[in-house]
Design a binder for this molecule. Structure first.
Ligand code: FE2
Length: 278
């Protein structure tokens, strides 16, 4: 399995605080069946001022330790990028890393209050050929009020990542219910651990996967969330070539075309007609 969201790098944010914890997390991930783990410390201006060079250097150091200890885990680069207006500039100037230098990056909306211009910001990323992977919508306090906006974002081309621990109830009843709703509605691309340590938020995917399989009765689709789609991200595959979640398989092309058609009719008119009638 591939886990695309973890705070395993020691001392860079509120995740692991020392090498010992990071190594213990790595051993847990491997024991759970994870082969590749994205190191995605927070980038949150004023709180966690991480950047690409610092994250790359921390990954190199931890990978050397893993190799020396014989822990078979491949680390890849990323960041848990808080959704602020400066993100686009950081992506373009290379200070904010995408996932494994692909077009995909983890985008974390505010937990407590709706992001103003949420859909416009998502559209800006998509228009710049980035694919935002929106982290843990099921744990955002404002999801209930704006649920449709997250579905719209997914239909426009953003990806949704839910937390394995949320599906099993480790983040409370509300997060569990929303994770189940997103799964049942067919809008989930990725399941990740968002691991912060070995106790409360461990790097464990399997329990959440089992719960999702039980809920959906579709093992193939659930395994895509931890194998095929994360692999596509690491390979920087075009989202057009990846199996979409069930609800998006038919509608995504039309929504994206419609959305762009309204804002840029001359450029996109041909695509619009080709998608519908071509
Ligand atoms: Fe995170």
């Amino acid at each position: 399995m591939i886990d695309l969201h973890s705070h395993i790098l020691p001392g860079l944010c509120d995740g692991s605080q020392n090498l010992e914890t990071s190594l213990a997390m790595a051993r847990m991930a491997v024991a759970d069946g994870t082969t590749h783990l994205a190191c995605t410390p927070h980038i949150y201006p004023g709180l966690y001022n991480n950047n690409q060079p610092g994250i790359a250097s921390a990954i190199d150091s931890l990978q050397i330790e893993l190799n020396q200890q014989g822990i078979p885990l491949t680390l890849v680069m990323g960041a848990d990028v808080h959704m602020v207006p400066e993100v686009m500039r950081g992506l373009k100037d290379g200070m904010i890393p995408t996932l494994n230098q692909s077009r995909y990056f983890l985008l974390e909306p505010s937990h407590h209050v709706p992001v103003s211009g949420f859909i416009d910001q998502i559209e800006n990323f998509l228009n710049a050929d980035y694919v935002p992977v929106i982290t843990h919508p099921e744990r955002l306090r404002w999801l209930g009020d704006k649920y449709e906006e997250f579905l719209l974002a997914a239909r426009m081309g953003a990806w949704l990542q839910i937390t394995a621990g949320a599906i099993t109830g480790h983040f409370g009843r509300t997060a569990r219910q929303f994770s189940e709703r997103l799964l049942l509605d067919g809008y989930v691309h990725i399941i990740a651990s968002d691991a912060h340590g070995t106790d409360r938020r461990p790097p464990i995917l399997s329990a959440g996967i089992q719960a999702a399989i039980q809920l959906l009765g579709d093992e193939t689709e659930v395994m895509r969330m931890v194998q095929e789609r994360p692999k596509a991200i690491l390979d920087n595959a075009s989202p057009d070539t990846v199996s979409l979640p069930p609800a998006l398989a038919l509608s995504a092309g039309h929504e994206l075309a419609a959305s762009h058609f309204h804002k840029n009719p001359t450029v996109n008119k041909k695509n619009w007609f080709n998608r519908l009638f071509g």
